[in-house]
Design a protein around this ligand. Structure first.
Ligand code: FAD
Length: 358
């Protein structure tokens, strides 16, 4: 039977590999790092967020939570609740329209954590949001994929696509051709380097800090300020915090940190939560968020490269929705036409119509 080759062993690649194998397809996945999930999936803040503006993301997030429940009896989400201070009336309204059915509602000022400055600003509360158990999600998907017969090869890069008769016919690995009926590009932030056509995916660096502070216990929920652009959640006795920096940069293996992100964080904290100004930085890292121009995911066949399926552009929502997007991709690869497919179609970025492989 002809096989599907998946390139990239993050949450999206592992999910499509597992779903295809469980549907009886032969699947070979390549991950160039020695560990599965070592790309952006290992660098995330692991916040499960239903309070978003795009209805399709809410649907995929809910399905992602169901996938977690299939992988582990406890599921992969620890529900903490999430507050979303947001000054813009229209943005709050769009979130309520997309997610009110999940319980998202206006928050009362006295509900917000006491150390926050300006608690009287409008805010939303999402009771089901929380923290994702990334290890269980990644390794659960990998276990499921292997049990269904998928081969997952780590420490092995797919160097390039291979073409025959005007379509993708496989990938080149260690200078050998590995044949494939379809190649799935699940390379995340590295997609612009791997795939030959532009589907609008651009890596953007973001920093995360773990802060030690005596005020950590005052923050039992996620707090994501959509106006100040800063978020935090509890993390191993401290707080995981991001200043929501968003800097375009080429994809790189080891994303360097910048001292400017720390300055930005403490500058924001000075008015946002003055009590946190004296917090000590326990650790800091940076990762790449693969953003698209319209901040929507990319799931579908590349209209300019027959045989190449694109699965990416998850930006800051991949740990929440990437597993469900992988299952959506598997359904499409098995000939189904799920209703969400049209708005995630990579064709929206295809500037030059072409039926020929480059
Ligand atoms: C700082 C930060 C905070 C975030 N916070 C959140 C959050 O709170 N909630 C949330 O839902 N999401 C969050 N995200 C986003 C989330 O991490 C990503 O959307 C998600 O990890 C994308 O998954 P992926 O499978 O598409 O990509 P990745 O996990 O990056 O997987 C792609 C894989 O492809 C491999 N690869 C690349 N090229 C090749 C090749 N040629 N051959 C073989 N393998 C290759 C890479 O090594 C990598 O492992 C955050 C991201 C960052 C950086």
């Amino acid at each position: 039977m002809s096989q599907v080759v998946v390139v990239g062993g993050g949450v999206a690649g592992l999910s499509v590999a597992s779903a295809l194998a469980r549907r009886g397809r032969a699947v070979l996945l390549y991950e160039r790092e020695t560990q599965l999930g070592a790309g952006s999936s290992a660098k995330s803040a692991a916040i499960f967020r239903l309070a978003v503006e795009e209805p399709v993301n809410v649907q995929l997030a809910l399905r992602g939570r169901e996938i977690g429940r299939r992988l582990s009896p406890e599921g992969t989400i620890r529900a903490l609740g999430g507050f979303y201070p947001c000054a813009a009336d229209d943005e709050r309204q769009r979130i309520l329209e997309a997610a009110a059915f999940t319980g998202v509602r206006e928050a009362r000022p006295d509900e917000l954590p006491a150390p926050l400055g300006h608690r009287d600003r409008p805010a939303l509360f999402s009771p089901q949001d929380g923290a994702i158990d990334v290890h269980t999600l990644i390794h659960g998907l990998a276990r499921e994929a292997r049990l269904a017969g998928a081969k997952l090869l780590t420490g092995t890069a797919a160097e390039a696509l291979d073409y025959s008769a005007g379509r993708v016919a496989g990938v080149r690995v260690a200078s050998e051709v590995v044949p494939a009926e379809v190649v799935v590009d699940a390379t995340g932030a590295w997609s612009p380097d791997f795939a030959p056509t532009d589907v609008g995916i651009r890596p953007h660096r973001r920093h995360l800090f773990v802060l030690d502070t005596p005020h950590a216990s005052a923050f039992a929920q996620v707090v994501w300020d959509l106006s100040t652009h800063l978020y935090l959640r509890p993390e191993s006795g401290g707080l995981l915090v991001s200043p929501c920096d968003e800097e375009p940069m080429p994809a790189t293996d080891h994303v360097p940190t910048s001292s400017e992100a720390g300055s930005l964080l403490f500058q924001k904290l000075a008015t946002w939560a003055p009590a946190l100004q004296d917090a000590r930085v326990r650790t800091v890292w940076a990762g790449l968020r693969p953003l698209t121009a319209d901040h929507r995911f990319v799931v579908g066949f590349d209209p300019r490269v027959p045989g190449l399926f694109r699965l990416g552009g998850f930006g800051g929502h991949g740990m929440t929705a990437g597993a469900a997007a992988g299952e959506l991709a598997a359904a499409m690869l098995c000939g189904e036409s799920p209703p969400e497919a049209r708005e995630l179609d990579p064709a929206r970025f295809a500037r030059v119509p072409s039926s020929c492989a480059p």
